[in-house]
Design a protein around this ligand. Structure first.
Ligand SMILES: Nc1ncnc2c1ncn2[C@@H]1O[C@H](COP(=O)(O)OP(=O)(O)O)[C@@H](O)[C@H]1O
Ligand SMILES: [Mg+2]
Length: 371
């Protein structure tokens, strides 16, 4: 008899998971707010229940009796995944730990308690007084405790700039709080891993390109990264220690960090899920040949993942389009015989304009090149 598999979320990223689960012979049960997303049609059974309605989803899952439950690239969905997994004794991380992973302040606290180096940090709900920031070294970063996608984030150079930045972060925050933390210098990367039974396997380092200060909007990602070989093993050790600090024992993870010129790494944040922006769902497979999406389903079903590469290593890039200049670079890439364009998203040209957060994106494309 066909086994049942539950997926939380139905948008185009989650669709990769739905299609892979079907390819693996599983019957897919997909939960999401009904809004015309692709997964509503590709699912074997679709349930129009919002991904945050964890009690209602659990009730349905008791009837479905799935062999596993998963989601990719959404922190909110991960909370529901682990809530249901815990209640039904399925493979997953502890519910209380997944809540920590969605709050930047709680995460900093967990790192500090486990001896993972963190920048000085402070939680506020209103602009702090000068004394509250005694000992903090400027520049600082101010960000909402519980949002993503670079919303409401500002780098501030001096105390006078703090108030506006805090107001902006608090306005974006669901719990109306902001974290103020010291700015970490260096280039920005992420580390993609899969864990099973508390053992972590490294898959890839990703180099991240952003617009830089003041808002740090992501403009593209490349695998493999340009991290010098001599730093790689030390960074992996630090990442694994940070995953342990958050008690991430099973499934995908995406660890964002900065690396300075002397090889010192500092963690920005960890998601107990694949990296969004196609990092997990596409780039890892294209650059390493390892089927990361299949591995997520395997670990969610309580099986060790098969990490055998299906093809040789390549360089894989995703580029986001914000303006006319990006569009002409895209046209050039299409003509470049050394670049193989693998995927082009829909283009929403009405988004074109000022770049203030990742919702200003017009679209994106993915390409590979020989290493
Ligand atoms: N302490 C910090 N030091 C330097 N840059 C930071 C710091 N915190 C955040 N950033 C920058 O802001 C970006 C978004 O912050 P992050 O905490 O990852 O929030 P989000 O959930 O929006 O991705 C990071 O990718 C990084 O470029
Ligand atoms: Mg981030």
């Amino acid at each position: 008899m066909m086994e049942n598999f539950v997926i939380i979320g139905a948008n185009s990223f989650q669709n990769r998971l739905i299609l892979k689960a079907k390819e693996m012979g599983l019957r897919t049960h997909v939960f999401a707010w009904e809004c015309g997303d692709i997964g509503e049609k590709t699912a074997d059974v679709f349930y129009p229940i919002s991904i945050t309605e964890k009690e209602k989803i659990l009730e349905e899952c008791r009837k479905i009796k799935p062999c596993g439950i998963a989601s990719i690239a959404s922190d909110l969905a991960v909370i529901t995944v682990n809530y249901v997994a815990e209640a039904l004794h399925l493979s997953g991380n502890a519910y209380k730990d997944s809540v920590i992973c969605t709050n930047k302040y709680a995460m900093r606290g967990a790192f500090a308690a486990a001896g993972v180096p963190v920048p000085k940090f402070l939680k506020v709900s209103a602009p702090p007084c000068r004394e509250a920031l005694a000992g903090f070294r400027f520049p600082l970063i101010v960000k909402p405790t519980d949002r993503s996608g670079s919303r409401g984030i500002t780098k501030v150079a001096c105390f006078e700039e703090i108030a506006d930045a805090v107001h902006a972060s608090v306005a974006h925050s669901f719990e109306k709080c902001a974290v103020i933390e010291e700015f970490i210098e260096g280039d920005e990367y992420s580390c993609e891993c899969i864990s099973y039974g508390g053992k972590h396997s490294f898959l890839a380092f990703t180099k991240k390109y952003t617009t830089g200060a003041p808002h740090f909007i992501e403009t593209g990602h490349v695998q493999p990264s340009d991290i010098p070989e001599r730093y790689a093993e030390g960074i992996k050790r630090d990442v694994f220690k940070a995953l342990d600090a958050l008690n991430i024992r099973v499934g995908a993870s995406h660890t964002e960090f900065k690396l300075d010129a002397d090889g010192n790494m500092r963690i920005i944040e960890i998601g107990a899920r694949m990296g969004g922006d196609c990092i997990g769902s596409d780039l890892v497979y294209l650059s390493t040949g390892i089927d990361f999406v299949r591995a997520v389903i395997d670990t969610a079903c309580g099986r060790a993942p098969d990490l055998t590469p299906e093809h040789g290593a390549e360089k894989a890039t995703i580029r986001f389009i914000f303006n006319e200049r990006d569009i002409s670079e895209f046209e050039q890439a299409k003509r470049d015989p050394l670049k193989h364009i693998c995927y082009v998203s829909d283009m929403e040209s009405e988004n074109m304009g000022a770049v203030t957060d990742s919702s200003n994106r017009v679209g994106y494309y993915i390409y590979t090149e020989q290493l």
